[in-house]
Write a protein that binds this ligand. Structure first.
Ligand code: MIC
Ligand code: SF4
Length: 638
């Protein structure tokens, strides 16, 4: 049997089900990662499982999101995470060390392994040839407890990169082009596997830029082969012995093939407020810019920053632009210092930030009112930057830096000679910001700050479900819409009763109050409901407010799994036109039965609709139990 790369890794990790497209499969997880904003809940749930030590080959707990520390909560969370890591055998990455995905590539990613992370951009690891998938914190906790990870076997799509990227055009433009073609829904239940001559000119961090933003396509994950370029990267990290060749078999099959001719690609830009609102930079050149932000898990590698520094050499940032730069890791920062490149950045007037997510998650650097911010990040959802009326554009480092110098959106090809960039043969390696766990953590005491509250649980599924429509939304609602992030709300991630007050805050200020007054109810959504972040909070908070079901045209993968995990029933319309018939405030009764014939009676309008479920066998068990927590505790107790 000829296998592609994804099939090779999945078949060597499958523990349940058949590797047939759209089948439920369970796979063994070799490595996990968490970050602080989702990690606290993940570990609270892990603790409750009563497993003395993680059962994975490697689990890493990174602190990179909530580092602003405007009050005690974040620092308390960091302490909690550090103590949990020590107790249960998890590597702890201290704040300041870098962004989880960049660090994982540098220090821990291994071709051919599986990685599950409580962050939607975990597919960054596909750049080094891993099957790396984003999931809710509970699924990651289960993987740490040695349970398989369950998913629908995706269709494997080949993306063949022909030719070579022209100067001033880079990996970011490849993924923006894919987003332009396929949209933010285009990758649901798919794995994008990259092939072709074009991949030979892409270094591991460039590949990772592409797989990172496969998440914006809604993909399960994306992956590159493990070849000589991967080998060189691992060698530069002093990990050459962990390299293994991993390429698709000659006659491997794919569900479809997409071809991108790199030679013909131009600098691209995603306009406000969606990552798929992509046009050529040349089409909107000249728009005034007030902020440029370079960094995030998409574009903060040594390759990115060395380009930026060389362009900045001897120049000054435009007087009307604030340029902020956050390196992806301490290693990247050290390397640009060592090469003398840091000096060019500082001289230019750029503002250096710490090696964290920072502005990407709205932790500082909100743009000015009605500002225009160009960012090398992966998401430009309305309001995510912290300024509601700002326009956020997503670009490559090349476009970002050209625009920062000119004060207007600029096609970087106008800058002239392309600086020599590339990856070094050797990085300076200093793992002093990782704390490796002791052999035995039995006596470690877990430190819990006052803001850390137990994770609430749902009740068993009631049938029929009764209540009113508390909110009706359009298409592509993001988890940032459901549960916003930013410097004010993120510190409440470990406190569900408190954070739930902000549910849907940006769309409907009164949602939480109304939900409480009504004792819960339903949400009606459009297509791709819950796209974006993996935050479980977008499911737990509505659950805490009494939401019993979400009826939508379709769901994003991770959010649907999170809804099931917390016992909120995700239902879709059998006939999409029924979406138009249900209105805000309508009283509904939903008869679930055995899930084979779900009927929604609209008492207000005296009509009924047929609903479907795109759920798999195991999901139904979880829903009946009132969520995965109940189900798992029940199972473990038995
Ligand atoms: C994001 O980019 O939205 C985040 C913050 O990294 C999230 C996780 C979170 O909400 O904590 C993600 O992408 O999963
Ligand atoms: Fe951090 Fe932004 Fe990457 Fe999310 S997308 S992990 S917030 S850098």
């Amino acid at each position: 049997m000829a296998y592609n790369i994804s099939e090779k890794i999945i078949s060597s990790h499958i523990v349940e089900g058949e590797m047939e497209p759209q089948n439920l499969i369970g796979i063994k997880i070799d490595q996990t990662l968490t970050q602080d904003a989702t990690g606290t809940l993940s570990y609270l749930q892990f603790e409750a499982m009563g497993v003395p030590r993680v059962k994975t080959e490697l689990s890493v707990s990174y602190v990179d999101h909530n580092t602003l520390q405007t009050s005690f909560e974040n620092a308390d969370d960091h302490r909690y995470l550090q103590s949990v890591a020590e107790k249960y055998g998890i590597v702890f990455s201290r704040p300041g060390n870098g962004i989880c995905h960049q660090l994982h590539l540098e220090r821990f990613g291994i071709p051919g392994k599986t990685l599950l992370g409580s962050d939607s951009h975990t597919p960054t690891g596909g750049g080094i040839g891993m099957i790396s998938i984003g999931a809710g914190g509970l699924d990651v906790a289960l993987a740490m407890a040695g349970e398989p990870f369950y998913l629908k076997m995706p269709n494997i799509v080949e993306v063949c990169l022909d030719g070579e990227l022209p100067e001033w055009v880079s990996a970011k433009d490849v993924i923006l082009e894919l987003l332009r073609r396929l949209s933010v829904k285009g990758g649901v239940n798919k794995i994008f596997e990259f092939t072709g001559k074009g991949i030979e000119s892409l270094s591991v961090p460039e590949r990772a830029t592409i797989t990172n933003m496969g998440t914006e396509l809604g993909a399960t994950t994306s992956i590159f082969p493990s070849d000589n370029i991967t080998k060189k990267f691992l060698e530069s990290e002093g990990r050459g012995n962990q390299w293994e060749k991993l390429v698709a078999d000659k006659n491997a099959e794919y569900s479809e093939t997409i071809i991108i001719d790199l030679d013909k690609l131009e600098p691209m830009i995603a306009k406000p407020h969606m990552p798929d609102n992509v046009v050529k930079v040349s089409e909107i050149e000249g728009t005034k810019v007030s902020q440029v932000a370079i960094g995030s898990c998409t574009n903060s590698s040594y390759k990115d920053l060395s380009l930026v520094a060389q362009v900045l050499k001897g120049k000054t940032v435009h007087r009307d632009v604030s340029l902020v730069i956050s390196p992806g890791s301490k290693q990247v920062l050290t390397k640009i210092v060592e090469d003398g490149l840091f000096q060019y950045i500082v001289d230019s007037g750029a503002r250096m930030l710490e090696c964290t997510c920072g502005p990407c998650i709205g932790m500082g650097q909100a743009p000015q009112s009605e500002g225009t911010s160009l960012r090398t990040f992966n998401r430009n959802f309305k309001g995510r930057s912290g300024t509601k009326d700002a326009d956020i554009y997503l670009v490559s480092p090349e476009v970002a830096i050209a625009s920062a110098l000119n004060g207007v959106i600029t096609d970087p090809r106008k800058l002239g000679k392309y600086p020599k960039t590339g990856m070094p043969d050797k990085f300076y390696i200093n793992d002093n910001m990782f704390i490796f766990p002791p052999k035995d953590g039995k006596n470690v005491e877990i430190v819990r700050g006052p803001n850390i509250k137990p994770v609430p649980r749902n009740e068993k599924l009631k049938d029929p479900l009764k209540g009113s429509v508390l909110l009706k939304t359009g298409d592509n609602i993001t988890t940032d819409d459901i549960m916003p992030a930013g410097a004010k709300i993120l510190p409440l991630r470990s406190n569900i009763p408190k954070i739930s007050e902000y549910t849907f805050e940006r769309i409907d200020k009164d949602f939480a109050t109304r939900a409480k007054e009504k004792g819960g109810g339903f949400i009606v959504g459009g297509a791709n409901y819950g796209q974006g972040s993996s935050r479980e909070h977008a499911a737990i908070a509505p659950m805490y407010l009494g939401i019993r079901a979400v009826i939508a045209k379709s769901f994003a993968r991770i959010h649907q799994a999170n809804l099931v995990n917390f016992g909120i029933v995700p239902l879709t319309f059998s006939n999409e036109k029924d979406y138009d018939r249900i209105d805000f405030g309508n009283e509904l009764v939903i008869e679930i039965g055995d899930f084979s014939n779900v009927v929604c009676k609209n008492l207000t309008k005296k009509e009924s609709y047929k609903l479907s479920k795109s759920l798999l066998g195991r999901d139904l068990e979880l829903l009946k139990a009132g969520g995965a927590l109940n189900y798992v505790y029940e199972k473990m107790r038995r």
